[in-house]
Structures are given as structure tokens and as C-alpha cells.
Ligand binder design. Structure first.
Ligand SMILES: *Cc1c(COP(=O)(O)O)cnc(C)c1O
Length: 462
């Protein structure tokens, strides 16, 4: 192969720029990005010529196509939609909870128009952003007062900083939780200025362990829901009603970090029991904190409910300003929480709850729907099979729910290459590999994504 010949075929930047398709691209994408990409693609081809001993086809048309493809890729948003084929409903890496499509008009209008975010319409004066969520959360939980901050980690930080700065907080050694590597009770405690006073042992903590540790410097007693692990066997922990009696006896606040936080007893729907926010308040917890986007199925937020005197103090804490929520959060959360006014409505319309409570018949129907779309694709062995899905988000760690999956075995490429191609495809399909099969769990796949899966599978082989 004559390399000189090939180098001569390489177009100049100006030649590529003069092509109609590229001129058209300049109408939609910044000139600097187009120019930079042309240089990159030409350079890439130059290297190919230098390094290859095989026959190369250098032509301006394919260079133009590459430039356009790469410009689009570069200019696309970094945060993009993906298809979740893992079956993990509260998938921390894939955006945790999804909001209902029913609230899109509300969200869109608040995002694109002015609102009464901090304006009291009735009296024509300055208002507070925190009032919008107060009524609905009070109604749903029976709490005296409410404060919503950026996430549950900040809810815990703010509670500890407000109630127990420079004081001790008593926590059981069995509840020194770590969540996702970046949130640890001891570290958050330190950051808040409170001193951790750990009591009991990893597997057993008794009421007297708490009582014996109370002293004049105790700022709070804290209970942490071990949402992402379970200690089994020879164990004992103290229920919140008993801790509540203790906290009243010594007049120190009782804080509970519920983690996930649910309003509905999910055991009615075949899942394991998770303590509800209502139960905690009823059992006498003074301050309960929980996430907006775990089992609750809203958006990232930390919800603090409980005694008015404590929450009023938090509202005055300067930290609150640093942890405050955006109007889009307030809007999405209020619209989602409203669905909880009718339990049936919540289960049906909040995607997290909907996906967790599918019947096996519904999953079977979904699986057949996807199977029918893709079954005729040649070069794949495809079948429906039984499997288990996980709740995710560090919730219900021992729960494996029966599910239906599509198993795909590619005949011409390896399973790992299929996984990679689908992940990198335009639709970004995220599945898993098990026993040399590619697995898509239909629980977390939407029916309107079936066509995309068909298209991308087809493209994998071309
Ligand atoms: C998830 C979790 C947190 C952190 O909540 P984020 O909303 O992710 O900040 C804190 N505590 C517990 C027990 C949790 O499960």
C-alpha cells in the first residue's frame, strides 16, 4: 500500500468545511466545536495511515460522517436518559427514583415561568419557600412541623447541629450506619459538631445501655434505621417507644434517621415491613428524618418532621440556607406527595411504588411484550425466564422480589461485547450478565422502550 498516496487523499480542514453537510451542521452547532472535531478526525485518519499496514479507504465522505457523529456526541448533554434493564427499582447510580409523568405540566410551568416561591400571594408580601410543603406533609404524617432540605444527609446534619452541637448524642453500636460510602453516622456527627457517645455492642444494645450513658452533657438520643443491612441471630435493639419514654424522663430529644421513609405500610403489598414515618411519630420520636427519593418515590430531598420547637430552631440555623431546596424540588415533591392522599393513587402513579408492586402476571405480560418485539431477530437466542429483582437504594437489603427477565445469547459476538454495545448505544441500555447470558429485567423497563431495545439489538449486529 502506497502511504504517500493515502496521505494525498486526506482532505484539508477547508475542504471538509466546504462540504454542504458540514455547512449545515454549522447552523446547529458552535463553529469552534465543528472545527476542533474536523481537526481531530483528520488527525485520527493520519495516524491510521501511519500505523496500519492494511488497505485503508480514505475518503472525504466518511470523514464528513465521522465529524457529524462526533460533533453530535460532544454537544449532547452529559446527563442523559438510560434504559434500566437491571430490575433494581431504586437504582442509586441510575437516578434513584423517577417522578410520575403526570406531574410534567406542573414541573414545566414552574421551571419556565415565575412563581410564588417566596411570595405570599394573599397578603402581597414576602413569603417563605418552606411553606409550600408544610401542609401536605403535616396532613400525611400528623407532624407538628416540617422542614425540607437538600437530602437526608443534610437533614441529619442539620438536626444534629441544631439540637446537639457541642453535646453528646447517644447511638447504639449496632446502628452506626454507612450509606454508599459517603455518608457515615460517625462522620456526619463529627461534622455537625456533636459528640458521638456509642453504647451497647454490635449485636445487642439494651435500654439500660442508653440510660446509663445519659449525663448532663447529653444533647440527644439517636436511633438509626439500619436500612441497608440486617443484624441477624443473637440480637437485641431498643424500640423507639421505649427510647421515647427514656428521652421524656431525662428531657432530651429523640431523633430518628429512618433513611428511606415510607408513608404506606408496604407489607400490605407483599414487600417486607419498613417502619413508616407515622409509626415513628406515633411512638413518640421528636424528630424524624428521611429521604425524598428512596421508597417515598419523589425527588432528592431530606424531609424533617416532628416537634415544632425543634424545627423552629432548625429554621433559624444558618445551615438551613446552605441546604435549601430548589423550586423544582419543591414542585416535584409537592405534586408527588399529593398522590399519597389516596393510597391507591400513590401505588398506581408513583413509578417507584408501581414498579415494586407489579404482580407476576403484569410482569409476565411485559416480558411477553418485549419478547414478541425482538424474538425474530436472527443471531440471538432469546427466551423469557424467571428471576429476582432487588429494591435497591440501600432499602430492604434482604428482599428479592420474583420477576420476569429476557435472556439473550448472541450467536456472533460475545456476551460482554453485546453488553458493551448496548450500553454505549444511543439508547444506553443497562443490563447485566449472568452465566454467559445477557439479562434484561422487565420490571424497570418501560413499554415505550421496547422499540428502542429492538432497534439497538438490530444495530449491534450491523
Ligand atoms: C440513604 C440514607 C441516608 C442518606 O440519605 P440521602 O437522601 O441519600 O442523603 C441517611 N441515613 C440512612 C439510614 C439512609 O438509609
Amino acid at each position: 500500500m502506497d502511504k504517500k498516496e493515502l496521505f494525498r487523499k486526506l482532505p484539508s480542514v477547508d475542504e471538509v468545511l466546504s462540504k454542504d453537510e458540514i455547512k449545515n451542521t454549522l447552523n446547529f452547532y458552535p463553529r469552534s466545536i465543528v472545527l476542533e472535531t474536523i481537526r481531530e478526525v483528520i488527525e485520527l485518519n493520519r495516524r491510521k495511515i501511519i500505523n496500519s499496514n492494511k488497505y485503508l479507504d480514505i475518503n472525504i465522505e466518511s470523514i464528513v460522517n465521522d465529524v457529524i457523529y462526533k460533533v453530535k456526541l460532544k454537544y449532547s448533554l452529559s446527563l442523559k436518559k438510560v434504559i434500566n434493564g437491571t430490575g433494581i427499582v431504586i437504582h442509586t447510580n441510575l437516578g434513584r427514583s423517577l417522578v410520575s409523568e403526570q406531574i410534567k405540566d406542573d414541573l414545566f410551568s414552574i421551571a419556565t415561568r415565575y412563581s410564588n416561591l417566596e411570595y405570599d400571594i394573599e397578603n402581597g408580601e414576602r413569603g417563605s419557600r418552606y411553606t409550600h410543603l408544610t401542609d401536605i406533609i403535616k396532613r400525611l404524617t400528623g407532624a407538628e412541623d416540617v422542614l425540607v432540605v437538600n437530602n437526608n444527609a443534610s437533614a441529619v446534619l442539620l438536626s444534629l447541629n441544631t439540637l446537639a452541637k457541642e453535646k453528646e448524642v447517644i447511638v447504639s453500636r449496632g446502628e452506626l450506619v454507612e450509606v454508599g460510602g459517603s455518608f457515615r453516622i460517625p462522620s456526619i456527627m463529627e461534622l455537625s459538631g456533636a459528640k458521638l457517645n456509642e453504647v451497647g455492642s454490635t449485636n445487642k444494645t439494651h435500654l439500660k445501655d442508653y440510660e446509663e450513658s445519659i449525663n448532663e452533657n447529653t444533647g440527644a438520643i439517636m436511633k438509626v434505621h439500619t436500612s441497608n443491612y440486617k443484624i441477624l441471630g443473637f440480637t437485641e435493639s431498643v424500640e423507639v417507644d421505649k427510647l421515647s419514654n427514656l428521652s421524656k424522663k431525662y428531657n432530651v430529644p429523640l431523633i430518628e434517621d429512618l433513611g428511606s421513609g415510607v408513608f404506606i405500610d408496604l407489607s400490605k403489598y407483599g414487600l417486607s415491613y419498613e417502619p413508616t414515618v407515622l409509626d415513628s411519630l406515633k411512638n413518640g420520636v421528636d424528630i424524624v428524618t428521611f429521604s425524598g427519593d428512596k421508597l417515598l418515590g419523589g425527588v432528592q430531598a431530606g424531609i424533617i418532621v416532628g416537634k415544632k420547637e425543634y424545627i423552629q430552631k432548625m429554621k433559624k440555623n444558618q445551615l438551613t440556607r446552605a441546604l435549601r431546596v430548589d423550586k423544582l424540588t419543591i414542585c416535584a415533591l409537592e405534586a408527588t406527595l399529593r398522590m399519597y392522599l389516596y393510597e391507591e393513587n400513590a401505588i398506581k402513579n408513583i413509578p417507584t411504588l408501581r414498579m415494586l408492586t407489579y404482580s407476576i402476571q403484569e410482569l409476565e405480560k411485559k416480558a411477553v411484550g418485549l419478547y414478541d418485539k425482538i424474538k425474530d431477530l436472527k443471531d440471538f437466542d432469546i427466551k423469557i425466564s424467571d428471576s429476582k429483582s432487588q429494591v435497591g437504594g440501600g432499602s430492604m437489603p434482604l428482599e428479592f422480589i420474583d420477576s420476569k427477565v429476557i435472556e439473550i445469547i448472541p450467536k456472533k459476538i460475545s456476551v460482554s461485547s453485546l453488553e458493551k454495545k448496548l450500553r454505549l448505544s444511543k439508547s444506553h441500555i443497562i443490563g447485566r450478565i449472568k452465566d454467559e447470558k445477557y439479562i434484561l429485567d422487565v420490571r424497570t423497563i418501560f413499554e415505550d422502550e421496547f422499540d428502542l431495545i429492538y432497534e439497538e439489538l438490530k444495530r449491534c449486529l450491523s
